[in-house]
Design a protein around this ligand. Structure first.
Ligand SMILES: [Ca+2]
Ligand SMILES: [Ca+2]
Ligand SMILES: [Ca+2]
Ligand SMILES: [Ca+2]
Length: 426
């Protein structure tokens, strides 16, 4: 009898073990797809921002594209899309002429204290070489966005008269006065600007009133805000793409740094990130920061530079740093279980979001690789997991969108053939 009970106990243990697995792999089911009217030949699609515009709990998002390399006159439409929580639907709103772009490296949503919600779209006309595409829309636009019964509505409230290659747009209330500062950075004149709403209209200022920056050393492909030291004020993170912008020659000194906010102004003294993984010739792309378990971490994608061509960037990888005694220490091997195969790194490639709904931030790392892979946060270590196998399309544009009716965030994918597909978490 004793042996029989033991057998039953073992049998139960074996049978229940798989069902009790703490964190089964995420699975997604395709529930809807639609064709986007880009109006031109698209080489890549991007999802550069997400935000719950209409306040129904389901995150909405933006879609832009990169025009095909062999179609110099092609400009593309940009869209904001309502992610309908209850239905199997995606409602697409075209941003019209003020959203036309050949490429974009930066876009973001933000909401002011009075509830007004805006979408800022950087419109970058460059086509892989300096000076090309300068006759195309080259600006940035701000749209007032809101929810309606049929989707989202967008109205242009500002178009910059400056003509510069917009490298990024990021937002933060830098000085805590209740008004959001929009930091617009560009490739051509290296003078970043701040745009902010005052008395109901938007005004442009030199960024120096809010941000001391190293402006002349190179193009900041990535400037971001995050509170790295936990004092409640947003700090600035920067990663250089090419430190010699005038010649577009090989980078000489890699610079990637964090500047802390001191009483409403981003400080003068940058805290450099060490970069032991590369030699002299390399560059930083995206740089982001989150706090995990009370510990501030900075994530950087970087690559080695071997020549100014499309094949000139190699050894893409993500590095992780921790702030210790006012200095950054690389902790990549402690925080990532492996390097994902990044073919190309660009803006907004590192995104933090709780993708598996366990309360801890996970990471989606965008790339040109075919699979869709996330890093799941397992006790502070980020472990790679493939959530969609290769299907022959390059998945640059992927977003995980909070949806109160789903088990975990929806996955939305925009593909270079102009399709937009929504997947539900099972
Ligand atoms: Ca919504
Ligand atoms: Ca402010
Ligand atoms: Ca801070
Ligand atoms: Ca999580």
């Amino acid at each position: 009898m004793q042996r029989l009970l033991l057998s039953i106990a073992i049998g139960v243990a074996v049978m229940t073990a798989p069902a009790c697995a703490a964190d089964p792999k995420l699975t997604y089911k395709s529930v809807f797809s639609t064709k986007l009217p880009f109006g031109g030949k698209v080489a890549e699609a991007y999802i550069p921002g997400s935000f719950d515009v209409d306040g129904d709990g389901a995150e909405d998002f933006a879609v832009t594209g990169l025009a095909r390399e062999d179609a110099k006159n092609t400009i593309l439409h940009s869209f904001i899309v309502r992610n309908d929580a209850a239905g199997k639907n995606l409602q697409v709103t075209d941003l019209g002429d003020d959203g036309l772009t050949r490429n974009t490296s930066g876009a973001t949503f933000f909401r002011e204290a009075d509830g007004a919600t805006y979408f800022v779209l950087g419109r970058n006309g460059e086509l892989f070489a300096p000076g090309v595409g300068r006759n195309e829309p080259e600006s940035f636009s701000i749209f007032s966005v809101s929810g309606t019964e049929t989707g989202l509505a967008a109205q242009t409230v500002f178009v910059s008269a400056e003509h510069a290659l917009t490298a990024s747009v990021e937002t933060c209330d830098v000085d805590h006065d209740g008004t959001t500062e929009i930091l617009v950075n560009n490739y051509t004149d290296y003078q970043a600007r701040i745009v902010r709403r005052e008395d109901g209209t938007f005004h442009e200022y030199p960024a120096k009133q809010w941000v001391f920056m190293l402006l002349n050393a190179g193009a900041h492909n990535s400037l971001n805000f995050a509170d790295v030291d936990g004092d409640g004020w947003c700090d600035m993170l920067a990663a250089y793409e090419v430190p010699n912008p005038k010649t577009f020659g090989p980078p000489g000194v890699f610079q990637s740094f964090v500047s802390l906010n001191a009483g409403g102004r981003i400080g003068k003294s940058p805290m450099m990130l060490p970069n032991p993984a590369f030699g002299k010739h390399h560059a930083g792309f995206d740089i982001r920061s989150i706090t995990v378990g009370g510990e501030a971490l900075v994530f950087l994608t970087a690559a080695e530079f071997t020549g100014f061509s499309r094949d000139g960037w190699n050894k893409y990888q993500m590095q992780v740093f921790r702030l210790e005694n006012n200095a950054f220490v690389e902790v990549t091997k402690d925080k990532l279980n492996k390097q994902l195969p990044i073919d190309y790194a660009g803006q907004k490639d590192i995104r933090f979001q709780d993708i598996d709904n366990d309360g801890d931030p996970d990471i989606y790392l965008s790339s040109y690789t075919d699979e869709i892979v996330i890093y799941r946060n397992k006790g502070g270590k980020f472990v790679a997991e493939t959530v969609r196998k290769a299907d022959g399309r390059r998945h640059k544009a992927v977003a995980f969108l909070d949806n109160p009716l789903s088990k975990c965030p929806d996955m939305v994918v925009a593909t270079p053939d102009g399709k937009l597909e929504r997947f539900e978490c099972q």
